[in-house]
Design a protein around this ligand. Structure first.
Ligand code: BGC
Length: 460
């Protein structure tokens, strides 16, 4: 009988889900996102309300994660709960976070804690937020407070979630608060976020020398619509360079590349300020050169014809489901950082309310992660976005990324098939033929083909 094929992940691989405070906790009324929602900026007119009610019941969702034998869980702290007024610290909020982190540890799940996931206190936003470099000191003071009071429960920190998305969505595209459309300001904000990361890195290392500290960027791929047209090739490369690589390079070296070099102050003391690379990956876009779009760097972006896609958003498109992209991104980050640090996939997920595309997508993306590992890339964990449906920023409740379905009105939970699949993978620390057969038989060849591919890459 032919032997069954299997993709085994390394011993000690971290398996879990990722989430963010404002999207899950509910009742966050002291940050800039709450105000943005009240001003009617959410496409469906909603406000996060109780979100997935984690402020009261995170533990029951942690139990569901434990049942999936997850050994890690990424969440974020809400700065506006810990410091609702400048310089005033709320010890009840701190206690609540201590309870959540203790609960995770009791369940043998390693907490990975993000210190800033898109939200900040109103008082901070009203002082100009990260547009003003003088405000970095407030962020670092909050970071010091959080680490001093939580370091017995957590040693894995992410300073910022996706500085590139925060800056572009809030200051260039105007979809996130503060709703600006200003390229120069976007770049300044990005620079200040990276500097704030550097300063937070030193503050955390001083308070907790054994901590693992990093940040995560969202990496998007941009491919030319007509690969033989130099203008499409150039426009796609420019998108990818600006969104991904220029930011990664600046964070690594402290220097911005031309022509940004002339516009932006270099970062101070940047090199070496990370213990790992956090990789968030969702999609790729096709690019056609378009001379009528100078503000978008001459790119018209769209989904590949006939691509398998996420559910369309109300406003934003969550785009193509493109598994090979995660492999390409891992390879590229590894190459560009000369393999200097381990990599964690800190987010990867799919908006798919009916869960008819997610099981296959999970299998195919993980097969690609496995392929990268086979080729020697030190990927140490995979955190799926997300455990339970949560409030999807400008899209509100219209986009559903959860392994577990949520009815926000009743707070009822209903695990999707993907939750069973993910649980089986985590339990086995592997993908088996039998799993693929049951959850997405149509993916059999792509899932195991990726392993064949890796074997030939390694032996070539
Ligand atoms: C963000 C998450 C968000 C997810 C899906 C990421 O950019 O970090 O907060 O929910 O994408 O859009």
């Amino acid at each position: 009988m032919a032997s069954k094929r299997l993709l085994r992940f390394p011993e000690g691989f971290l398996w879990g889900t990722a989430s963010a405070a404002h999207q899950c906790e509910g009742g966050n009324t002291r940050n800039q996102w709450y105000r943005w929602e009240q001003q009617g900026h959410i496409l469906s007119g909603e406000s996060c309300g109780d979100a997935s009610d984690w402020w009261r019941r995170a533990e029951s969702d942690f139990e569901l994660a434990e049942q999936m034998e997850n050994n890690a869980l990424r969440l974020s702290l809400e700065w506006s709960r810990l410091e609702p007024e400048e310089g005033h610290w709320d010890s009840a909020a701190l206690d609540r976070y201590r309870a959540m982190l203790s609960d995770l540890r009791r369940r043998h799940m390693i907490p990975l804690v993000t210190l800033h996931h898109f939200t900040e206190p109103l008082w901070f936003a009203d002082r100009g937020g990260f547009a003003n470099p003088e405000n970095i000191a407030f962020f670092v003071r909050y970071v010091r407070y959080a680490i001093s009071h939580l370091q017995d429960l957590c040693d894995f920190w992410l300073t910022f979630n996706e500085p590139n998305v925060y800056a572009v969505m809030g200051y260039l595209l105007g979809i996130f608060p503060p709703g600006e459309h200003d390229l120069k300001l976007t770049l300044r904000v990005l620079r200040n976020l990276l500097q704030a990361h550097v300063e937070a890195f030193y503050a955390i290392s001083e308070l907790q020398p054994e901590a693992r500290i990093g940040y995560c960027l969202q990496y998007r791929l941009f491919d030319p619509a007509r690969p033989l047209w130099p203008l499409d090739v150039g426009a796609a490369a420019l998108q990818e360079e600006s969104f991904n690589w220029a930011v990664l390079r600046a964070a690594e070296t402290g220097r911005f590349s031309l022509p940004l070099k002339f516009a932006l102050e270099p970062l101070v003391r940047a090199p070496g300020t990370r213990d790992y690379h956090g990789v968030n990956y969702y999609t790729r876009e096709m690019v056609r050169f378009d001379p009528t779009k100078p503000r978008e760097l001459f790119a018209r972006r769209f989904e590949r014809l006939n691509a398998i896609v996420n559910d369309p958003g109300v406003g934003e498109s969550f785009g193509e489901i493109y598994p090979e992209g995660i492999y390409r991104v891992l390879k590229e980050v590894y190459k560009r950082t000369r393999g200097n640090k381990p990599l964690y996939i800190t987010e990867n997920g799919f908006s798919n309310v009916r869960d008819d595309r997610r099981p296959r997508a999970i299998l195919e993306h993980l097969a690609m992660v496995h392929r990268a590992i086979q080729e020697g890339i030190p990927v140490r964990g995979y955190l799926h976005w997300t455990l339970v449906d949560n409030f999807e920023w400008a899209e509100g409740w219209s986009a559903r990324f959860g392994l577990i379905e949520l009815n926000p009105r009743t707070q009822e939970r209903l695990p999707r098939r993907s939750a069973s699949l993910f649980g089986e993978i985590c339990r086995a620390n592997a993908i088996t033929e039998e799993m693929v057969e049951r959850f997405a038989p149509e993916a059999m060849e792509t899932v195991f083909g990726a392993a064949e591919q890796a074997r030939s890459e390694v032996t070539a």
